[in-house]
Design a protein around this ligand. Structure first.
Ligand SMILES: *[C@@H]1O[C@H](CO)[C@@H](O)[C@H](O)[C@H]1NC(C)=O
Ligand SMILES: *[C@@H]1O[C@H](CO)[C@@H](O)[C@H](O)[C@H]1NC(C)=O
Ligand SMILES: *[C@@H]1O[C@H](CO)[C@@H](O)[C@H](O)[C@H]1NC(C)=O
Length: 290
């Protein structure tokens, strides 16, 4: 199906660019539809399923990034002061994503939203409004960026520099986006919880009781099982698969047999992903009655 081309795209170069954008947009919307990223109707089950599926993306992206050394130079501001190579790469990627209409999807949150161009493509149908408008822009992108570049990368990569900074920042982008999507999914989590039991939340929201909201959103046993599941996924996905039975069996036991230490994957969830998701939920709820 041919998407609507704006009339200004007559020039051949512009048309080529547009076709390129359309192809990207098409691949995004296909993968989103296949994975059920934006549930038709938000339910606790659909939200939970999405969170579990997003763990797979995060664990795979961790493994990809861990194939490179730490490559710290990719994160210092010497590339295009004050931007690092990583920041340059993410910004430029977000410009293309914006043109392709990626950020029309409320699940996609850019790290650098200032000065992003308007989409060149238009959605076939108006985007569904699933989030409360006053809360829809709640985000912790700056915190994710800071934690990722200053603390997280050092946890799961080997020290040193392999010189391949281009591939490194490309895998940073994928991992950062997976983390951001998962953490900002907290907005959908908060919305569905609020709709489920508004009377539990309204008094706390009215009294701006952050601590009370945080308590209401915290289920220690659920958080623990999320961490254990992430750990298990890092074990399963991070093995070398061989057709040799013996080698396969050998791979499954002991430490140091995995591409990313499964405990580190669980720690990334426990220290950052889960707390930041809850922070997003609290901030979302605080604006829910505006
Ligand atoms: C994230 O929040 C900041 C303010 O805290 C805001 O300027 C920015 O536009 C927000 N990002 C998005 C994508 O909504
Ligand atoms: C299992 O791994 C250990 C050390 O990594 C190695 O010494 C041993 O030979 C391996 N055994 C099999 C059956 O491959
Ligand atoms: C997987 O196999 C490669 C190549 O044989 C080896 O260098 C690497 O250490 C193995 N990784 C794990 C986690 O067993």
């Amino acid at each position: 199906m041919a998407p609507p081309y704006p009339p200004s795209a007559a020039a051949a170069a512009a048309a080529r660019l547009l076709l390129f954008s359309v192809l990207i947009a098409a691949s995004f919307s296909c993968s989103a539809a296949a994975a059920g990223d934006v549930p038709r109707a938000l339910t606790l089950d659909s939200v939970r399923e999405s969170l579990i599926r997003q763990e797979d993306s995060i664990v795979f992206s961790l493994l990809e990034r861990a194939m490179h050394r730490r490559n710290s130079a990719a994160y210092d501001s010497s590339f295009l002061p004050p931007a690092s190579l990583a920041e340059f790469f993410v910004r430029q990627s977000e410009i293309i994503s914006a043109k392709a209409g990626r950020y029309l999807n409320p699940e996609e949150v850019p790290f650098f939203p200032d000065y992003l161009p308007e989409p060149l493509v238009h959605p076939h149908s108006p985007p569904q409004v699933l989030l409360h408008p006053a809360s829809a822009t709640v985000n912790v992108s700056k915190e994710i960026w800071r934690i990722y570049t200053r603390e997280m990368v050092a946890l799961f990569t080997e020290e040193g520099d392999d010189g391949d900074h281009g591939s490194t920042v490309a895998s940073d982008l994928v991992l950062l986006q997976a983390l951001s999507r998962r953490i900002h999914y907290g907005r959908f989590v908060a919305e569905v919880k609020f709709r489920d039991a508004p009377d539990d939340y309204i008094p706390l929201i009215k009294s701006k009781d952050r601590v009370g909201l945080m308590e209401l959103l915290t289920f220690a046993d659920v958080e623990e099982s999320v961490k254990r599941r992430v750990e298990k996924k890092a074990m399963l996905f991070g093995q070398n698969v061989t057709l040799d039975d013996k080698a396969g069996r050998n791979n499954t036991g002991g430490r140091g047999k995995y591409k990313v230490d499964p405990e580190v994957a669980a720690r990334i969830y426990g220290e950052w992903v889960i707390p930041l998701t809850k922070l997003v939920q609290v901030e979302y709820l605080l604006r829910r009655l505006h």
